[in-house]
Structures are given as structure tokens and as C-alpha cells.
Ligand binder design. Structure first.
Ligand SMILES: [Fe+2]
Ligand SMILES: [Fe+2]
Length: 257
């Protein structure tokens, strides 16, 4: 698993994870912008370059962390604005791109999660393990269910059996998301105590997310070898496997990061 070699969970590593996430989104989006949309393509590329440079600094743990967070926040805010603006254009059928609306929304939400995490690291704010499990599962399970939908979107229709398997996994993750949302409203704040139902949910979730990570990595391998008919960017599956990895590590450590 190549990506886990440089997946670190100290503040620099977490900042690098989110910067790389947005950087990848920009690169993937670049492939799907029509050549008629020169301004959008240029603006997106500027964001990719800027995010890439800050990501590099974070990955090398270079310089003062306060300055790094500040730069990361500015770059993420700008990218978020571009995506939200494009999503609105797409809703009004005023832009020529092949990216589905829900995928733009997915990227907007991950940019917003980056903004939250940068703020959290900067403020040193504290939260309880119960709050962490509820936040992580409600936020990321929707992303996990979405990922399976995007695999559907990119994998060629001729892979009938794979599509069937993906449908079943999507339904499973949608049910897990509903359970997380139910726990969120049933267990009201302040969530000082870890309730057995929430801990049991966490324990059940970790292996499910690990299996999803494994599935994504297996498909990643096939796509990189050009052995699966797909229109997916070559490293998209690795990207979404990394997000699954991030989720189960956070569930294991009972933290928001
Ligand atoms: Fe992502
Ligand atoms: Fe994602």
C-alpha cells in the first residue's frame, strides 16, 4: 500500500492529507472541463498549482505550522469558492463539464471538512470521543457511499458483475450512514460518556471500512494496469482508498482529524 508509507497523523500529516485531497480533486476535475471553458480550466489549474506547493511544504514538514495553516486555509477557501461557483453554474446548465453535480458537491463538502480541520488544529479545540465518532461517521460514511456511486459512474457498463457488487456495497454504506445519522440525533450533546451502542457501532464499522479500502485498492491495481475498462482517472481509486483509511484510523483513535 504505497500511500500509507507517507500517511502521517501528526498535525503536518493531517494538513498534508487534506491539501493533497483538494489538489487531487483539482487534477481530476481538470480532465473533465470542456475545451470551451478556458477560463474555468485556467482558474482550476491555478488552484491545483497553489495547493500542490503548500501540500509539498506540509509533507516535508517545512516551516512554521501557523503560517502553513494560514496558507492552507487561503488556498482551500479559494478552491472551495471555485467549486461552489461551478456547481451553481452546473445547476443552471451554464457550464460544459462532464463532472456530475453530486461529485462537485462531494468535493465542495470535502473542502469544507478541510476548512473545519485546519481551524480545529489551529484552535486546539477539544471534543469527546463520542463527538468524534459521530462527526467522523456522519461525515465520511456519506462520502464512502458516494465513492461507490462514482465507481459506478466510471467503470464501463460491460463489467456487469462488478456493477452488481458495487450496488450491494453502496446499499450497505447507505444503511450505515442512516445508522450514523440516527445515532447523531438520539445521542444528544453534551456527549460526555461513551455509550455502549455507539462503541458497538464503531467496532462494527472499522472492519467494514477496512474491507472497502481493500476493495478500492484491488480495483486501483487493475485500473493502473489498464486491466479494467473505465474512464476513471488512473489514481482516483487510490485517492478514495486513502479516504477510507483516514476514516477507520480516526474511528480507531476516536478523534476528529
Ligand atoms: Fe477526496
Ligand atoms: Fe471523497
Amino acid at each position: 500500500m504505497g500511500y500509507t508509507d507517507n500517511y502521517e497523523r501528526d498535525p503536518y500529516g493531517i494538513i498534508a492529507f487534506f491539501l493533497r485531497n483538494d489538489y487531487d480533486h483539482g487534477r481530476f476535475f481538470d480532465r473533465e472541463i470542456s475545451h470551451y471553458e478556458t477560463e474555468l480550466a485556467r482558474a482550476n489549474l491555478n488552484n491545483v498549482q497553489r495547493l500542490g506547493k503548500i501540500w509539498e511544504r506540509a509533507a516535508k514538514k517545512q516551516g512554521d505550522i501557523g503560517r502553513l495553516i494560514d496558507d492552507a486555509q487561503h488556498a482551500t477557501n479559494e478552491f472551495h469558492s471555485l467549486l461552489a461557483y461551478t456547481m451553481d453554474k452546473s445547476l443552471h446548465c451554464e457550464v460544459i463539464i462532464s463532472t456530475p453535480l453530486s461529485l462537485i458537491d462531494h468535493m465542495v463538502r470535502e473542502a469544507e471538512e478541510s476548512q473545519r480541520i485546519f481551524k480545529l488544529i489551529d484552535s486546539g479545540e477539544t471534543y469527546t470521543p463520542s463527538d468524534a465518532i459521530i462527526h467522523e461517521s456522519v461525515f465520511w460514511l456519506r462520502q464512502m457511499a458516494d465513492h461507490l456511486g462514482y465507481i459506478h459512474h466510471y467503470v464501463d457498463l460491460s463489467n456487469y458483475d462488478l456493477h452488481h457488487q458495487i450496488t450491494q456495497m453502496t446499499e450497505k454504506f447507505q444503511r450505515l450512514l442512516l445508522q450514523a445519522q440516527a445515532l447523531q440525533t438520539m445521542i444528544r450533546p453534551p456527549r460526555n460518556k461513551m455509550l455502549p451502542v455507539l462503541d458497538q457501532f464503531r467496532k462494527m464499522l472499522i472492519p467494514e471500512v477496512q474491507d472497502l479500502e481493500k476493495f478500492k485498492l484491488e480495483l486501483d491495481d487493475l485500473i493502473k494496469k489498464c486491466a479494467a475498462a473505465t474512464t476513471s482517472p488512473p489514481d482516483l481509486l487510490e485517492h478514495i482508498a486513502r479516504e477510507a483509511h483516514h476514516l477507520w484510523r480516526n474511528l480507531e483513535d476516536e478523534v476528529i482529524s
